[in-house]
Write a protein that binds this ligand. Sequence first.
Ligand code: MF3
Ligand code: CO
Ligand code: CO
Length: 258
Amino acid sequence: MIYLKTTEEIEYMRESNLLVSKTLAEIGKHIRPGISTGELDKIAEAFILDHDAVPGFKGYQGYPATLCTSVNSQVVHGIPSNEIILKEGDIVSVDCGVVKNGYYGDTAFTFAVGEIAPEVKALMRTTREALWKGIEKAVDGQRVGDIGHAVQQYAEDHGYTVVRELVGHGLGKRMHEEPEVPNYGRRGTGVKLKKGMVICIEPMINMGKRQINQGADGWTISTADQKPSAHYELAIAIDKGEADVLSTFDYIDEIIKN
Ligand code: MF3
Ligand code: CO
Ligand code: CO
């Protein structure tokens, strides 16, 4: 069942999602060659607890950490570790969730570690733009398939592929609510969007083929061909006219511009 949120609930969800946005910016300050993903996880956990919230992922279906940190060919759900040291030229997709006042925030961003190859930069830019193509369609009266179609079209027009096994989702008192929000699809199909729905749109876009594998740890998803993958996620409230975007990359952009 799809839970429509009241105006008051949406304000709570804005608070949760802004906290995740700020947590990701805090992580952005620390991303550099030589830092481990385990250290990033500790920084995120302390930051969240310091802001009267709790990590949303820790304990979710047994997940052991505050962040998902997925490096290069890892698509999503990479588990942070003190043994995984970021190096110049890597990209790392950082996904973070919190619960504050009973409501989830869930947002993700792919960071560059030092200088990266131009073709990887292009993958990141297109993935982020594809997310916004989806957000443009996320309006009362449109359908979930309109979002997926817009994301897929944009990514494929740029020569990339779309991961299909993992999808966006409703967000609220639970991290994964209905409806599912695939990053591929056909216009005019699927659930009709309605004011009060809150969803996460989160394209996972691959430089090579779309196929993925699950790692031996039971969590880490990687591209089958080992080529890079990027992931950006924002939470939005459906409204009439245009989406009310509850999380933001603005704090991150402030940090990474220098
Ligand atoms: N945040 C992910 C998503 O965007 C889900 C993470 S599952 C977890 O839907 F177990 F790693 F927390
Ligand atoms: Co997420
Ligand atoms: Co999500």
